[in-house]
Design a binder for this molecule. Structure first.
Ligand code: ADP
Ligand code: MG
Length: 586
């Protein structure tokens, strides 16, 4: 929370919104002592602004300035009180409901829904008949009418957090459920609490002014809403006495504006992705034409030619891929190694033309069978992606759509690339599932019913659905344990031999790469520092960075490395990797 405040202080929207709001809070606190009694009759009605009454007089002959200033106090007090109450009530009920689930959730959700469909206005009128008139009544009415929306939002947030490891850890450690709600869940919603509070205050000010304007508040009190009510009643509009309602109207608008600014500032500070994205401006490249060197080097399926990729950042362009060139032959497993941040994924995304707007390929070309991938238009891209080059993503969980069965995800993928019926797509899905070693019946399963390894197999099956020539695998096994990882890779290599696709395998795990790739490139800070056959790298890595990478995986035994390697090279005449592989790196 403190961190949130500190970041907010540095934000322009927050600064403007905060200053305006602070100004009104100060006015509400000390203003009433500086002006005359707002109910006192001080002059003739509907007098325009004068030196005696700067904002003129009302239809009753009261001072408009005094009414505007004094009105701020109760209006803002009720606004903040309702904002806080509604937020707390909504958060407690929503989080309890979302976290506990089952029967509690049923009851609370039903209650929430009932409150959601009760319209606020009749509720206010009915409650008004029973509760004593005054600010208290307004707070009760607005809180009752407003908490349910918040409960819905917080319930959703709690359900998302419920399965996170730190919540499970607290539960296993023996924390009580109520304590988990208060100590684990709510503090993790600091930004949501903050923006909800601001949003609810905005709602409270608006609803309160509306109700009071209709005469449903305490018409004897001095608030911005009753000011407008009396302005209406005293026919200020008919007599064109604009000074009676304009000051109050401007105040309401300014408070609303400041709260909106604050709310948007909180969103931006807590979610950097909402900031206006940086868009690369250097996207136009020069070296696109000359068809002479567009031809692939003999036998290459894919060629990266002198590729540079830059990200637009606040501090200017940052080059994260620097003049990278390499080829991949049909059916080859090409490994791309390098520490985290070395630009591996950026290269993979560039190949699929999935780079974020901030990134641009500033130089070089990516040729697939001689076609420059970087020059494809949208139509060509749709035909190219997935049917020519597909991808297995690192996080199988987020790569699968949680609300679609596996069969339907295959259907979506297949249907995007040609006509297919659901039945035909499901039949193909069964085939593909069996291919990656999963039971075909899983076609009707949901992603959450699968283990991590199973999900990643589904990811591979999806990637192979259109029989692409090349599959990019970006850390496909990093989230899996060693045994599952080995099984999966073995399966990929088997499939590769059967179907003949090439693989661009990306991982930071160099020993693993050496065990399963034909050739390996090593990226360091966006530069390809070494490129050689796996064979040679294993025994004879020249670049110090490659040696460093090799030695940073001391846990990998020769046997571990060997299993997938046996599959790759079952038909090759090259010697299987020996323990020497380890010796070369240390
Ligand atoms: P790797 O996959 O090797 O871990 P990435 O290709 O994801 O590395 O990232 C390479 C570099 O690009 C990193 O230094 C990262 O900080 C930078 N980068 C990635 N995405 C962005 C972005 N949206 N804006 C600016 N820089 C980025
Ligand atoms: Mg990566």
């Amino acid at each position: 929370m403190r961190d949130l405040l500190r970041r907010l202080l540095r934000q322009r929207k927050a600064a403007v919104g905060g200053s305006i709001l602070l100004g009104f809070i100060v006015l509400a606190l000390i203003g009433p002592w500086l002006v005359m009694d707002p109910t006192e009759l001080v002059g003739r009605p509907h007098q325009p602004p004068s030196s005696a009454h700067w904002f003129g007089t009302t239809g009753q002959g009261q001072d408009v300035l005094a009414q505007t200033v004094v009105g701020a106090r109760e209006t803002l007090a009720i606004g903040f009180a309702v904002g806080a109450l509604v937020t707390l009530l909504g958060a407690l009920i929503g989080v309890t409901s979302g976290y506990l689930g089952r029967r509690v959730d049923d009851v609370l959700t039903l209650t929430t829904n009932v409150f959601l469909v009760i319209p606020g206005l009749p509720l206010a009128i009915v409650l008004g008949a029973y509760l004593p008139s005054g600010p208290f009544r307004m707070v009760v009415v607005l809180s009752l009418a407003g908490w349910a929306w918040n409960a819905r939002v917080f319930r959703a947030e709690a359900m998302a957090l419920r399965n996170r490891d730190f919540v499970s850890a607290a539960f296993v450690a023996g924390e009580s459920r109520s304590r988990i709600v208060v100590r684990e869940l709510l503090p993790n919603m600091a930004s949501l609490l903050g923006s909800s509070f601001i949003g609810n205050t905005l709602y409270a000010v608006g609803a309160q002014v509306g109700l009071e304007f209709l005469g449903l508040g305490d018409v004897g009190a001095v608030t911005w809403g009753t000011n407008l009510y009396w302005a209406g009643n005293d026919a200020a509009l008919l007599t064109r006495s604009w000074w009676v309602f304009v000051p109050t109207g401007v105040c309401i608008a300014l408070v609303g504006f400041s709260l909106t600014l604050l709310s948007s500032a909180i969103d931006e500070v807590t979610n950097p992705a909402l900031k206006a994205p940086l868009v690369a401006t250097t996207a136009v490249r020069s070296a696109r034409s000359s068809s002479a060197d567009a031809a692939p080097p003999s036998g290459a399926l894919l060629s990266f030619r002198d590729v540079c990729i830059e990200y637009a950042t606040e501090r200017g362009p940052a080059r994260v891929v620097d003049s990278v060139s390499f080829d991949i032959a049909p059916g080859e497993v090409f490994g791309l190694a390098g520490e985290s941040g070395s630009g591996k994924s950026t290269l993979g995304y560039a190949l699929l033309r999935l780079l974020p707007p901030a990134a641009s390929i500033t130089q070089g070309r990516i040729l697939l069978n001689g076609t420059d991938v970087t020059a494809l238009d949208e139509t060509a891209l749709r035909a190219y992606r997935w049917s020519q080059v597909s991808m297995v993503f690192q996080s199988a969980m987020s790569a699968l759509n949680p609300v679609l069965t596996l069969g339907d995800q295959f259907h979506d993928t297949l249907a995007a690339h040609g006509r297919t019926t659901r039945a035909a797509a499901h039949a193909r899905a069964r085939e593909l599932l069996a291919m990656v070693g999963l039971a075909p019946q899983l076609v009707g399963a949901w992603p959450h019913q699968l283990s991590g390894g199973m999900r990643q197999r589904v990811g591979i099956a999806l990637a192979l659905a259109l029989e692409p020539k090349l599959v990019v695998m970006d850390e496909p096994t990093t989230a899996l344990d060693v045994v599952v990882q080995k099984e999966l890779l073995q399966r990929v290599l088997e499939l590769k031999q059967r179907l003949g696709f090439a693989v661009l395998f990306i991982t930071h795990d160099l020993p693993l790469l050496l065990a399963l790739s034909d050739r390996v490139g090593v990226l360091q800070g966006g530069k390809l520092v070494e490129l050689d056959t796996a064979e040679r790298l294993r025994t004879d890595a020249r670049h110090p960075y490659t040696r460093l990478l090799l030695s940073s995986f001391p846990h990998l035994s020769a046997a571990d490395a060997q299993v997938p390697a046996d599959v790759t090279r079952a038909s090759s005449e090259r010697a299987p990797p020996q323990a020497a592989a380890q010796g070369g790196g240390r």
